[in-house]
Design a protein around this ligand. Structure first.
Ligand SMILES: *Cc1c(COP(=O)(O)O)cnc(C)c1O
Length: 395
């Protein structure tokens, strides 16, 4: 996920447009902004690219998730089904909504298993958040079927998967709302930023107002705008939007390059008899930000993980031990460590997360390694990497 790897003339030009006028606010100042609406332009271009009706750019991926939850009516005491393998932000957004995360196991796509979701549905369940982890997809059509059957809202956390698709349809566009992150380690970056996409007009209207204190943005005088709902401030700054706009225009190139690099490495590793690859339901739609693979067991995976780093193969992650990405290590969640009492602790249906069973996910994550695919690698470096990887993985 190379957002941080690229910052060049195009980004500078877009930012300079904004600096020239000094209009950093995305709304208003029409007569002095010299025609530059970077946030609005980003939204128009992203919605066109992903073939959705609406897009709202905001301050982060976490903000996008919070906006999506609030805008689709998820709040206090509602249960939301989530995977245990994600970035903690998915869970934080549910908790901050006053809603209750309920964990359901993943399958070898490294995303929610559609077959296991039904077991987790209760009369309090309102939504499912599927996370398309590491740039590739869940069986999103199957998950959508489960949600439709049980009348549940489907939110796609596509923060790591901008530009990926399933059977030709963009990830993020299957559910009621899709969320993206443009923080510096994602595929493209705004510096900090995020977006929500939807085809649902009401969700969009809610999002548009909710992300800016509930304002309706009618008229040019902030003091006289109406505020039909309560909201928060999750606005993006024009400077951040400008960076994102330049990066968005490079997205196709980025994905194309990642796919080529990933294919070279994957083809070479396919000769290693003890390596199995992550299940990718539609390989053509993979954004190829990571190459994820399974080794025979936990001990072997730990051993190979060490071997790879000793051989100079960097950017490999053993998520099972990672503090950020897997429930096993989220002691702050398990103990509700927070500066203030959390709303979910007030509800009878608040789970004890120390007791959450995620055996299926454990069995998968124990033997999973993922390698980040970088844009900056030269062909020489890729070949060197392949050489070192195949020798470490030949056992
Ligand atoms: C990065 C990320 C987020 C949060 O995005 P921020 O822009 O950093 O707030 C949420 N979910 C997943 C899966 C992510 O990888």
């Amino acid at each position: 996920m190379p957002g941080f790897e690229i910052f060049s003339k195009e980004e500078q030009k877009e930012v300079y447009d904004v600096l020239e006028t000094g209009v950093l606010f995305r709304y208003g100042f029409d007569n002095v902004r010299n025609g530059h609406y970077k946030a609005k332009s980003f939204e128009d271009e992203l919605s066109k690219k992903l073939n959705v009706k609406y897009c709202h750019l905001c301050s982060s991926g976490t903000a996008a998730l919070s906006i999506a939850l609030a805008s689709s009516g998820i709040g206090a005491g509602d249960e939301v089904i989530v995977p245990p393998f994600t970035f903690i932000a998915t869970i934080e957004s549910v908790i901050n909504a006053g809603a209750i995360p309920v964990f359901s196991d993943i399958d070898e796509t490294l995303c929610l298993d559609p077959k296991l979701i039904e077991q987790k549905i209760s009369n309090k369940t309102k939504a499912v958040i599927v996370v398309h982890m590491c740039g590739s997809m869940a069986y999103i059509d199957e998950i959508k079927k489960v949600c439709d059957k049980h009348n549940l809202i489907l939110i796609e956390d596509s923060c790591q998967a901008v530009g990926a698709s399933y059977k030709g349809k963009s990830l993020g566009s299957f559910g009621d709302a899709g969320c993206f992150s443009f923080d510096p380690v994602k595929t493209i970056t705004c510096g900090e930023g995020g977006a929500i996409i939807t085809d649902n007009e009401q969700i969009y209207k809610n999002a548009f107002a909710y992300a800016d204190h509930g304002h309706d943005h009618i008229g040019n005088d902030r003091g006289l705008e109406g505020h039909p709902i309560l909201g928060v401030n999750y606005r993006i700054c024009e400077l951040n939007a400008a960076v994102g706009l330049a990066q968005l225009r490079k997205l196709d190139w980025i994905i194309d390059k990642q796919r080529k690099t990933k294919k070279m490495i994957k083809d070479a590793l396919s000769n290693c008899k003890n390596v199995r690859f992550r299940n990718i339901p539609d390989e053509q739609g993979d954004s190829a930000t990571f190459l994820s693979f399974f080794l025979p067991d936990e001990d072997k995976t730990r051993e190979i993980s060490k071997k790879l780093s000793a051989a100079g193969v960097d950017s490999c992650f053993y998520w099972y031990d990672n503090n950020w990405h897997y429930l096993k290590k989220w002691s702050h969640l398990k103990q509700f460590q927070s500066p203030a009492k959390l709303a979910i602790q007030m509800f009878d249906n608040c789970p004890d997360y120390n007791k959450t069973q995620i055996k299926v996910s454990d069995d998968i994550m124990k033997k999973t390694l993922s390698m980040l695919i970088k844009l900056s690698w030269s062909e020489e470096q890729i070949n060197e990497r392949i050489k070192n990887m195949t020798s470490a993985l030949d056992f």
